[in-house]
Design a protein around this ligand. Structure first.
Ligand SMILES: [Zn+2]
Length: 238
């Protein structure tokens, strides 16, 4: 794995040990522009790493330091997630820079391979649990939509990184009813902020049901939430 140093001044001191990994897209016109912004002291943003489209990796902030990537965010009841996470920015234009025709720009294979190799090293080194490998949109559902519904979470899970419900979950299911309070409890048990449930449902779909992001509480979404709650419990008990 080839890592080039590109130091950023945008960091301070951690107040907690690392126990999370947060993935982002850069959402800018180019990797060069994103890197320049994250190294600009005026911008006050950064990440520990940035992964280019061709798989090269730039290191901006040492993992021992608190990089400024998560912003106002919560997961599993914790905030100040910058203090407890490693942040990876992945070069991708995202929703603001779609392809001609409007499709989201794909993540090239070689880039995803590099993200997986880097993430694996981070996760092993800090012993990060799978339920604590998250999207920026998971931890800030009201503000953020990165790394987007085109990010291949299933491929990461196949490489042992993060949770993924089994194929059959949500297929042909029948909702047996249930209490409305149960949904909020389930989303919170996974880790989500539930102060704006439609926003949280969109974040959940962006992560686990990527072909339809509408915030609607359909049967498949309900079944997937139940399944992700189950595998989260299993991961936290392990
Ligand atoms: Zn982000």
């Amino acid at each position: 794995m080839q890592i080039e140093d590109a130091p950023s001044p945008n960091h301070d001191t951690r107040r907690h040990a690392v126990d999370m990994l947060v993935l982002h897209y850069t959402g800018m016109q180019s990797g060069e522009a994103a890197l320049a912004r994250m190294r600009d002291p005026e911008a006050k943003v950064s990440a520990h790493y940035m992964v280019w489209e061709d798989g090269r990796i730039s290191r901006l902030v040492p993992e021992s330091e608190r990089a400024w990537h998560a912003g106002l965010s919560t997961w599993q009841g914790d905030d100040d997630l910058n203090s407890r996470s490693v942040g990876i920015e992945i070069v991708n234009g995202g929703h603001d820079f779609p392809l001609p025709g409007g499709a989201l720009p794909p993540y090239p294979d070689v880039q995803v391979t590099a993200v997986i190799a880097l993430a694996r090293e981070i996760v092993e080194h800090h012993r990060i649990r799978p339920d604590r490998i998250v999207a920026h949109s998971d931890i800030a559902p009201k503000r953020k939509i990165d790394p987007g519904e085109h990010f291949p979470w299933a491929r990461l899970a196949g490489a042992g990184l993060g949770l993924w419900p089994p194929e059959e979950a949500g297929a042909g299911c029948v909702w047996m009813g249930g209490d409305p309070g149960g949904l909020n409890r389930q989303l919170a048990a996974i880790g989500y902020d539930i102060s704006d449930v439609p926003a949280t449902l969109r974040a959940f779909q962006r992560r686990f049901r990527q072909d339809r992001i509408d915030g609607a509480l359909d049967l498949q979404t309900l079944a997937l939430i139940a399944e992700v709650e189950r595998i989260t419990k299993a991961a936290t008990a392990a």
